[in-house]
Design a binder for this molecule. Structure first.
Ligand code: ATP
Length: 211
């Protein structure tokens, strides 16, 4: 099985994430995409992130009706920071016949050389680098320097329409009392309002400035 792994905070999942996953499914092509919410992303402050249960329920609502999309909670069942390399090792060990594809925004590709064990990540998975709109592909020289020339045949490029949206934008809009209709699936919008998520402005910025 050709399996796409899509990790993120998903606080909340939004249209940008869903279009990215669907385009990878078609263009790679993949049999399935698994959404893997991070427990404690190494670069974000845990205290500012919504509980895993809420993030998972929103993913479930968002992917309902797409038989190729699944939620996978592998990173939530581990303690400590969620390192991608550990997740890929575990998913490969569970079923060695899986061909893994790691779905990431092309803008994050530049950072891959700073992730834990980038060379091992490239052994375990093909990178599906998703380019938004007409942006040029990022410079891979840093990645080549740390992982060698094999980088070039371990990366496939996927394109998607540019959707200039982030989970931070959604949280900010909710905190400011603005509408989020069509930016997230209808059921996710209803869930956010029912649960009273993101009303507190203190949780808008997920980025840690001391990590
Ligand atoms: P936050 O604003 O909280 O940082 P985010 O919207 O960037 O969140 P994450 O869960 O951190 O979402 O990102 C998971 C992945 O989704 C990353 O690989 C990121 O590049 C990608 N991504 C996020 N927003 C978009 C978008 N609008 N279009 C395409 N890819 C996106």
């Amino acid at each position: 099985m050709r399996l796409g792994i899509f990790g993120g905070t998903f606080d909340p999942i939004h249209l940008g994430h869903l279009v990215l996953a669907e385009q990878c499914l078609e263009q790679c092509p993949l049999d399935e995409v698994w959404f893997v919410p991070a427990a404690q992303p190494p670069h974000k402050l845990a205290a500012t992130i919504s509980p895993a249960k809420a993030r998972c329920e929103m993913i479930e609502f968002a992917i309902a009706g797409n038989s190729a999309f699944r939620l996978n909670t592998i990173e939530l069942n581990r303690t400590g920071p969620s390192f991608t390399v550990t997740t890929l090792e575990q998913l490969k060990a569970d079923d060695p016949s899986r061909e893994l594809f790691l779905l990431i925004g092309a803008d994050s590709l530049r950072d891959l050389s700073h992730w834990r064990e980038p060379a091992r990540i490239l052994e375990l998975a093909t990178i599906a680098a998703v380019n938004r709109g007409d942006r040029p592909l990022p410079d891979l020289s840093g990645l080549r320097a740390s992982c060698g020339e094999r980088v070039d045949n371990r990366i496939v490029t996927v394109t998607m329409p540019g959707i200039d949206l982030s989970a931070t934008d959604i949280r900010r809009r909710v905190a400011d009392g603005h509408r989020i209709r069509y930016l997230v699936p209808r059921a996710v919008e209803a869930y956010i309002h029912e649960q009273g998520l993101y009303r507190d402005r203190g949780n808008i910025h997920g980025e840690a400035d001391n990590l």
